[in-house]
Design a protein around this ligand. Structure first.
Ligand SMILES: [Zn+2]
Length: 296
């Protein structure tokens, strides 16, 4: 279906271009108590990914989130979706985008947060992973702490500035080569500063843009990069029905959906989620966080 494919591509590009910070989140089963402290990027390095394990960690108290093994030469590994199994699981991820230079816009009244969406996920009991920029955490510290202390959610890193990690990347300003690691550290610092505890060593590239050099440069940070296999098309969308349809058409078992958690650039996301969640449950899907999807 060419028109459909074109729409997906167009919206994906739009999201990346304008979003500077729109990306998704996913959730594992609720229940585990928050870790005693936010995992540090380096602290999780020793925790080998265990994708081959056929029995996932008990939901009660996983000590550390699953991560993938480093790539060749210590490159940052990239996760795109979970294994396709008979048990239908899907992870919703929400990018809490705010770019470093958007402070004046927030001060002028633009909303880069989406409390209605978070409340909806709680009401529907949908676990989710929120990829947060450091700038967003600084602007909305109370919300960041609330999300980061709720076992329903986990917070991944979406960079501090939401600048491009390689070019071209939809027109986003580019991070200096020697500053890419600092972008990751600074974002983790800003997120933890809010009191968030459910912080996972996952990193989502702004715009999803990366290359081999980037993966090599970020290797020492010991994060797992998280992409997606389903683009929701919620960035700058005005038709919630179309977003819901796109998600429902794209989801397979093990899928990882990218959506956004910002009213500014994704105003119909909550309405789309309101449609998607009951329909996927009706189809037999269980919602999980990215960490559970990664654990296999
Ligand atoms: Zn983003």
């Amino acid at each position: 279906m060419t028109p459909f494919a074109r729409r997906v591509t167009t919206l994906g590009v739009l999201g990346a271009v304008l979003g500077g910070g729109l990306v998704g989140c996913g959730h594992p089963v609720p229940g585990p108590a928050p870790a005693s402290g936010p995992p540090s990027a380096s602290g999780t390095a020793a925790h080998a990914p265990d994708r081959s394990a056929d029995s996932p960690a008990p939901p009660a108290a996983p000590e550390k989130p699953a991560v993938l093994a480093p790539g060749p030469g210590g490159r940052t590994p990239v996760f795109e979706r979970g294994p396709q199994r008979a048990a239908k699981v899907v992870a919703l991820s929400f990018d809490a985008d705010m770019t470093a230079d958007e402070g004046p816009r927030a001060a002028a009244g633009e909303h880069f947060d989406n409390p209605e969406l978070i409340a909806l996920l709680r009401r529907l009991k949908v676990p989710a992973t929120v990829f947060m920029t450091g700038r967003w955490a600084e602007e909305y510290p109370d919300q960041a702490r609330s999300i980061g202390t709720d076992p329903l959610f986990e917070i991944g890193n979406h960079s501090y500035s939401h600048y491009a990690f390689t070019t071209p990347c939809y027109g986003l300003p580019t991070v200096e080569k020697d500053a890419v690691r600092d972008e990751v550290r600074r974002a983790f610092g800003a997120i933890r500063e809010t009191g968030a505890r459910n912080v996972v060593p996952y990193f989502r590239f702004p715009g999803g843009c990366y290359d081999d050099d980037t993966l090599r440069a970020l290797g020492p940070e010991k994060v797992t990069a998280v992409q997606w296999d389903v683009v929701s098309g919620d960035a700058f969308a005005t038709d919630a029905d179309a977003v819901a349809e796109q998600v429902l058409d794209g989801v397979r078992s093990g899928s990882l959906v990218v959506m956004h958690c910002t009213r500014s650039a994704a105003p119909v996301t909550a309405d789309a989620v309101r449609q998607v969640v009951p329909e996927l449950r009706k189809r037999g899907y269980r919602f999980v966080k990215v960490s559970e999807l990664m654990a296999g």
